[in-house]
Design a protein around this ligand. Structure first.
Ligand SMILES: O=C(O)CCC(=O)C(=O)O
Ligand SMILES: [Fe+2]
Length: 363
């Protein structure tokens, strides 16, 4: 199964123009359905941006980040932040520059902050446009703004730190590193609504296909598929929050950066619900054309939802546990990360691992 590249929204802008012709509206509706299908399976879609004004800020930001990551370590470290998860850091063998709009806590040079802000705006608009598109698909057919109250208002209006976060990452050329920085390439799910990824490099990002979808026998776990990025393209991946809000109609995409590649710079914008959001799948889907096969979860505040999806737990390797949330049972499966690497190879010990899977298994 190859990952589909879709021109969305058609017509060049970041959303459907009010002046669209009937033919354009028809094309838009078809793309909305396709969007939902692709986010259902394999959980990722690559958008081809027709509008250069949408790609230009991403291109500029990628260039700036590339230059930033090429600086000497002490200079980069000036951009570390007192706010956990923001600013420059070196987690797990990669370099990260994490930016939250209006956080005000970064030690970033003004030009870098401006450039990251520009990328956030484009990716935020694109993410919201995808959500409207998915809502408008004939298969879901909920109000286009049904999910909007769960998202924050433009943080610029509120002057509050944004809930959503942009991660600029620089993955090392593995050949240049002493040992394999396995954790930098760890498979994971994102906890937000959607993650939007851009990179000038075509290769690197991979998603795990559903079992059987790769043509490789169909047993056990699915194969890894390359997500084709490059100039003008943005990958959109489903996160846990959207999966929960839509009662499991879409599933979070397990993804990673392929280990063993050349140095790579990427931007990943995690569009998140606002902190006080109360996510009620039954309410979101009240008028939906398609009901989930499995029971819909109970309303959860975002903080509860995030706690369910916490990604680092002190559990034993490959342990399992399940959790009941109203009518839903979540099965958490703790998998080793790093593909076929053994925990020893990854330097992991029993009791200090890792994540991974949430599955709605019904009750
Ligand atoms: O760098 C990438 O392509 C993906 C990054 C990612 O998955 C993340 O930041 O959550
Ligand atoms: Fe991710």
């Amino acid at each position: 199964m190859a990952i589909t590249v879709l021109r969305f929204p058609p017509g060049g802008g970041l959303d459907l123009e009010l002046s669209a012709s009937d033919a354009e509206i028809h094309e838009y509706s078809e793309r909305c359905s396709k969007l939902l299908h692709l986010l259902q399976r394999p959980g990722v879609v690559v958008l081809e941006l027709e509008d250069d004004s949408a790609w230009a800020p991403l291109k500029a930001c990628l260039k700036r980040c590339d230059s930033f990551f090429s600086l000497d370590r002490p200079i980069k470290e000036k951009a570390s932040s007192s706010v956990p998860g923001e600013g420059f850091s070196r987690p797990n063998g990669k370099e990260l520059l994490a930016f939250r709009r209006f956080s005000g806590a970064s030690g970033l040079a003004a030009g870098n902050a401006q450039s990251l802000d520009g990328a956030c705006r484009v990716l935020d608009s694109l993410g919201r446009s995808v959500l409207r598109g998915v809502s408008r698909s004939a298969e879901l057919d909920i109000h286009a703004e049904q999910l909007s109250p769960l998202l924050e208002e433009d943080p610029q209006l509120r002057r509050r730190p944004s809930a959503s976060i942009l991660r600029a990452s620089c993955y090392p050329d593995v050949a240049e590193e002493e040992g394999p920085p396995a954790l930098a390439f760890a498979a994971h799910h994102d906890r937000g609504v959607l993650t939007l990824v851009a990179s000038n490099q075509t290769g690197g990002l991979q998603v795990q296909l559903p079992p059987g979808a790769g043509g490789g026998g169909g047993e056990g776990v699915g194969e890894w598929a390359d997500v084709p990025l490059g100039p003008g393209r943005v990958a959109v991946l489903v996160g846990f929050s959207l999966s929960y809000a839509l009662g499991g109609l879409v599933r979070p995409a397990l993804h990673r950066v392929a280990p063993g590649g050349p140095r790579r710079v990427s931007l990943a914008y995690e569009l998140c619900f606002r902190p006080g959001a109360r996510i009620d799948p039954a309410e979101v889907l009240r008028e939906a054309a398609t009901a989930p096969e499995r029971p819909v979860g109970r309303p959860l505040y975002l903080s509860e939802l995030m706690a369910l999806f916490e990604t680092t737990h002190p559990v034993s390797i490959n342990g399992k546990r399940s959790l009941d949330v109203g009518a839903c049972r979540f099965l958490f499966e703790w998998r080793r990360i790093g593909g076929n690497s053994t925990p020893e190879e990854l330097g992991l010990k029993d009791g200090n691992v890792i994540i991974v899977v949430m599955e709605q298994v019904g009750s």
